[in-house]
Ligand binder design. Structure first.
Ligand SMILES: [Zn+2]
Length: 143
């Protein structure tokens, strides 16, 4: 079982067992931490594996480059990802690049935010949130 994750520092693809994500793995190319608190970019090639096998809760942001509220929310998502490093994985899905994923997950408006735990959806909401409300929503769901 393995997924390919793009390194947030050098963008090299790293193939690893999702269970290893709890061990704070380093990039094979640049040796920096793959999970440095920066959101990961998911594609159809790795999202399902991540959701089913990651040892941490996953917070998903379904967004698109043309969506103004999505772009405004991106810094909040990134800052919150850094705050939650080691407790949850923050993953972005570009619905313009990955329309099949948007269809599969029945995304009707963007941004749509989801929290996955134990291979299933624990919470979902549509629309961007202020940082304080986003953190509160995460805190209610992720234990
Ligand atoms: Zn790297």
């Amino acid at each position: 079982m393995s997924v390919i994750l793009s390194c947030p520092h050098c963008h090299t693809g790293n193939r690893l067992d999702p269970a290893r994500l709890a061990d704070n793995p380093n990039c094979g190319a640049c040796k920096q931490p793959l999970l440095s608190g920066a959101p990961l970019e998911a594609t159809a090639a790795n999202l399902i594996e991540l959701l089913q096998h990651a040892p941490l809760p996953i917070v998903l942001d379904f967004w698109a480059p043309w969506c103004g509220p999505c772009r405004m929310f991106a810094p909040t998502f990134a800052a919150t990802a850094a705050d939650w490093a080691g407790r949850a994985l923050f993953v972005k899905v570009n619905t313009e690049a990955e329309p099949m994923l948007a269809q599969q997950f029945q995304i009707r408006s963007i941004p749509t935010l989801m929290i996955w735990q134990n291979g299933e959806i624990a919470a979902q909401m549509a629309g961007a949130l202020p940082a304080s409300q986003f953190a509160a929503w995460l805190g209610q769901t992720i234990r």
